[in-house]
Design a protein around this ligand. Sequence first.
Ligand code: 5GP
Length: 172
Amino acid sequence: MENFKVLIDEKRLDQRIAEIAKEIENDYQGEEVVFCSVLKGAIFFTVDLMKKYNGLCEIQFVRVSSYEGENSTGTVTLKIPLKKENIENKNIILIEDIVDTGRTFNYLVDYVKELNPKSIKTCVLLDKKARRVVDFEADYVAFDIDDLFVVGYGLDYDEKYRNIPYVGYVQK
Ligand code: 5GP
């Protein structure tokens, strides 16, 4: 396995995710939420967030693709859709691994809105604000990061390295 530099270690991930879970708990005040995890990158984050969340919640999955290797193709395609009955009249929290250009989240928010949720918020582990192409700001952001290609903690490079327990990067 390649040697990656550590950007965010396991302890910082753990602490910050606990804070986000509390923030969400406070915002929803006992109302049920549906964590809508964007496959595959957000699974580690979603699971850890849910384990720290003390409230009624469900989990659903959606899958889109826009990246090949290190490059965004610019077009977002829906690969695994959501079912309307799982979204309609519910409080949806869309969970992504990283916001880069903003295209994926923009697409997903519009897509979820068509399914008539009661409310929709967005939650992201990593935010690369410098790379935005479309206007987008997530409601919950765990970490702002510089313009680096990151892997680990669910994030891949051509499907590999998702299993690294921290967020790392390759120094070019
Ligand atoms: P956006 O549509 O905001 O440009 O891109 C979001 C998607 O691009 C993320 O869900 C993720 O799959 C991929 N992505 C963006 N930046 C990175 C990165 O630094 N590392 C990895 N592994 N994926 C990234």
